[in-house]
Design a protein. Structure first.
Length: 275
């Protein structure tokens, strides 16, 4: 039986195993998907162990989407461009990394929902994947907001490069820039972990209220399905979406990357929703 899995910290909340194992069982594949909660200091050892087990492939989640790269043998062009990986496949002993986050996110969206003007909170691995795929899904302008940090100039360059010139990086504390962006947004995305374990939000209730009435608010967090951000959006009668559709989207693309056969997204969604 081939081993597949997820590397993350924490990993206990992940719904990927039930979703992937349901798909594996349905396709009658001789494999099993595990979750591995790996402490940061043990990442190198964990990868070595997966190699020794001849692991068929694995997903990579917070906080390892960038750190994992140094332990891989090859990156797909998209992962190399992003410098972030969420899916790894073992091909004849070589670990090949790719990213299914961007396409997984956009494919989870209702194509009829306007998304020409996008505001995204965060510039981590998942955020950059969404930014990189945005233009091909019809986004015309994107502003990523983050707090200033030591790698600001590199992230600023990355946002412009990955978005093919339609995106820019702005300071989250720049109230004027944030207000202007929110007032014009069709889509607001929280791509940070803020709100995963508590009611914290990066935006105030007033700022959420600046969004147009047709705007959709998406929180990539799925551990807490009703984050503070989504509650605020519902208070203002805005459309909302939590991280479960993206989880299914990126998971289905991971399955297809590993096994070279189509995934049943409806089945995977039912599995994580307990239906």
């Amino acid at each position: 039986m081939a081993v597949y899995g997820l590397i993350a910290h924490p990993a206990g909340h992940s719904r990927s195993p039930v979703m992937q194992n349901k798909m594996i069982f349905q396709r009658q594949i001789d494999a099993y998907y595990h979750k591995f909660d790996v402490q940061p200091e043990n990442l190198a050892m964990a990868i070595k162990g997966l190699r020794l087990l001849n692991c068929g492939g694995f997903n990579v989640s917070t906080p390892y989407k960038e750190d994992i790269i140094q332990y891989l043998d090859e990156l797909t062009p998209s992962a190399n461009r992003l410098q972030a990986v969420n899916t790894v496949k073992n091909v004849n002993g070589r670990l090949i990394g790719t990213s299914t986050d961007g396409d997984g996110f956009w494919q989870s969206m209702n194509p009829n929902q306007p998304h020409e003007n996008v505001v995204i909170l965060g510039t981590g691995g998942a955020a950059r994947a969404v930014i990189a795929a945005a233009q091909q899904y019809g986004v015309r302008h994107l502003t990523a907001f983050n707090r200033p940090h030591s790698g600001w100039s590199q992230r600023e360059t990355a946002v412009a490069y990955l978005s093919q010139g339609i995106g820019q990086l702005a300071d989250l504390s720049d109230n004027r820039a944030l207000t202007n962006a929110l007032q014009q947004a069709d889509l607001l995305i929280n791509a940070t972990t803020v709100g995963m374990n508590d009611a914290r939000t990066l935006l105030t209730d007033y700022q959420v209220g600046l969004l147009p009435q047709h705007a959709l608010v998406v929180d990539m967090v799925y551990r807490n399905q009703q984050t503070g951000l989504l509650k605020a959006a519902k208070k203002h009668q805005l459309l909302t979406q939590n991280g479960l559709p993206m989880l299914v989207g990126q998971g289905a693309l991971s399955f297809e990357f590993w096994f070279n056969q189509p995934a049943d997204r409806q089945l995977m969604a039912q599995a994580i929703e307990g239906k």
